[in-house]
Design a protein around this ligand. Sequence first.
Ligand SMILES: Cc1cc2nc3c(=O)[nH]c(=O)nc-3n(C[C@H](O)[C@H](O)[C@H](O)COP(=O)(O)OP(=O)(O)OC[C@H]3O[C@@H](n4cnc5c(N)ncnc54)[C@H](O)[C@@H]3O)c2cc1C
Length: 236
Amino acid sequence: MQQDHALKVVNAARISYAKQNAAFGANDQKLARFLWEHGHTSPYRHSFYTFHWKAPLFVFRQAFKYQVGSTWRKYEVDGHTVSAEVFDVLFDTDKGCSWNEISGRYVNWDEEFYVPLVMRANPPHGNKQASHDLPAGFDHAGERERMIAECREAFRLYRERMDRGVAKEIARMCLPQNIYTQAYWTVSLQGVIHFLSQRLPDDAQFEIRRYAEGVYELVKPDLERLGIDRAALTAG
Ligand SMILES: Cc1cc2nc3c(=O)[nH]c(=O)nc-3n(C[C@H](O)[C@H](O)[C@H](O)COP(=O)(O)OP(=O)(O)OC[C@H]3O[C@@H](n4cnc5c(N)ncnc54)[C@H](O)[C@@H]3O)c2cc1C
C-alpha cells in the first residue's frame, strides 16, 4: 500500500476515473485543495496516522472525544462486558479510528504529574471556555507548590492503599486528573484535521492546544503538500 499520505488522498479521488499516479504531481495540490474546500472529504479518510501520546489524564479526557471512529465493539466495567445493545449506540461500528491506553488496573502509576507554571482565572462573565490572566501579584509559585504537595500526598495514599493489599483498580481512585498516562491514537487525516480545527483555536484549553500544536507539526508536511494551511484549519 502507498505510504505517501498526500498521494493517497489524490489517488483515492482519481479512482473515480480509474486512474492512479505513482508520485504526488505538480497539479495534485490544486486537486487536493479543491476536494477539501468543496467538502469532498472521503479521499482524506484513506490516509492514517498513529500518534503515541503521553499526556495528563484531563487532556486525554478531551482528546478521547475524537471518536470517529472507534472500532470498539465491547465495553467493560470491572471486567464485565456491558451489553452491546446499549453501548453500540455510543461506540458505533467501524468509523476508522481507535484509541488504546495504559490500564491503571495493570500498572502502578509513576509519580509523574503536570502542574502549570502559570495559573489562570475564569472570566467573571460570559465565555466559560476561555481562561484569563490572574491579577498581577498572584502567587503562581506558591499555588504550584501547593498543587505539587497535594499530588505527592495523593500518590502516598495510593501506594499506602496498595501496600494494604487493595487492588490497583481501587487504589487509583484517589489519584488526581493531572497524572500522566499514555495512549495510541490511530486516526484518518480527516479526523486529524477535525481535531486540529477544534483544538488549535484559543477557545480550547491551553494544555490540549499545546498537544494540538504537536500533532500539527507532525502532519504539517502532508497538509502543506495538500494545500491546507493553518488558516484553513482554524477558519469557521
Ligand atoms: C471548546 C470545546 C469545548 C467543549 N466542551 C465540552 C463539554 O463541555 N462537554 C462535552 O461533553 N464535550 C465538550 N466538547 C467536546 C465536543 O462536544 C466534541 O465531542 C468534541 O469536540 C469532538 O468532536 P466531534 O464529536 O465532532 O468528533 P468525532 O466524534 O470525532 O466526530 C467527527 C465528526 O464526525 C461526524 N459524526 C460523528 N458521529 C456521527 C454520527 N453519529 N452521525 C453523523 N455524523 C457523525 C460529525 O460531523 C462530527 O463532527 C468540547 C469541545 C470543544 C472544542
